[in-house]
Design a protein around this ligand. Structure first.
Ligand code: PEP
Length: 254
């Protein structure tokens, strides 16, 4: 089976009702790329309107609470995201691991809560610059996976892993293709040892300063099954060339 590439945008804390037109523009242009899965993870307040406005584009959240309901002021459950029209959610983004001090165990609980409800999850991992410079990039990411991967991969919903080196996010710096390849191969090994053959079909995305100018090269790296895109996902003009590069890349047999 050939695995389609997944290009997911992470709008972070950008986007109000006036940006629904941009989402509609992305959805309209996306229809020409039939061999790529495309998703936009927008601020929670836009999920319902975006998913109504563009029902054929997968709309996602950027975080989810692990509990089904309860006294968790300001939090949103997986069922609530689904009810609002989301098809997926990001979990464990480095900005949350850092600012909200999210542990691997919490990220695992969030991923499991999402998958249990039928919401796909993009689980983020990635090392800091200091750890890469110490030669500890791969061991750091493997330890994060060890603590945050769900016990079982998804059945109805999909688990994907996003490798996002923290030092590459929003900085314009990216690892070499050899460094990306080394990390994605290590992540694949980990997925296979955790899930057996099912680990082959877990998509591994690269994230961190992906742009029109570097996407095609990144997609030549083995085991890069797509991208998680921050800044360049905010405008159709920046995002769609990345989708086009994914559409032109070789799919991986899984
Ligand atoms: C991100 O925040 O997930 C991300 C990859 O951001 P950027 O593409 O802007 O580096």
């Amino acid at each position: 089976m050939a695995l389609r590439k997944l290009i997911a945008g992470n709008w972070k804390m950008h986007g109000q009702s006036s940006d629904l037109e941009e989402i509609a523009a992305i959805a309209a242009a996306s229809r020409q790329f039939e061999n790529v899965d495309i998703a936009l993870c927008v601020p929670a307040i836009l999920i319902e309107r975006a998913s109504r406005a563009v029902p054929d584009l997968a709309i996602g959240g950027q975080d989810v609470h692990h509990a089904e309901k309860g006294a968790h002021t300001g939090c949103i459950s997986a069922d609530m995201l689904l009810d609002a029209g989301a098809a997926l959610t990001i979990v464990g983004h480095s900005e949350r691991r850092d600012a909200q001090r999210e542990s691997d165990a919490e990220v695992k609980a969030k991923a499991e809560a999402a998958l249990r409800c039928g919401l796909s999850a993009i689980l983020c991992v990635g090392e800091s610059l200091a750890l890469r410079e110490q030669g500890a990039a791969v061991s750091t990411v493997l330890a994060q996976l060890d603590g945050s991967l769900p016990d079982r991969p998804a059945s109805d919903a999909e688990l994907a892993v996003a490798y996002e080196p923290v030092w590459a996010i929003g900085t314009g710096k990216i690892p070499t293709t050899a460094e990306i390849g080394e990390m994605h191969a290590a992540i694949r090994e980990c997925l296979l040892s955790r899930y057996g053959d099912q680990g082959q079909s877990v998509r591994i995305l690269y994230g961190g300063s992906v742009k029109a100018s570097n996407a095609a090269e990144i997609f030549t790296v083995p085991d890069v099954d797509g991208a998680l895109v921050g800044g360049a996902s905010l405008r159709a003009a920046d995002f769609l060339p990345i989708v086009a590069a994914a559409a032109a890349a070789q799919p991986r047999a899984a």
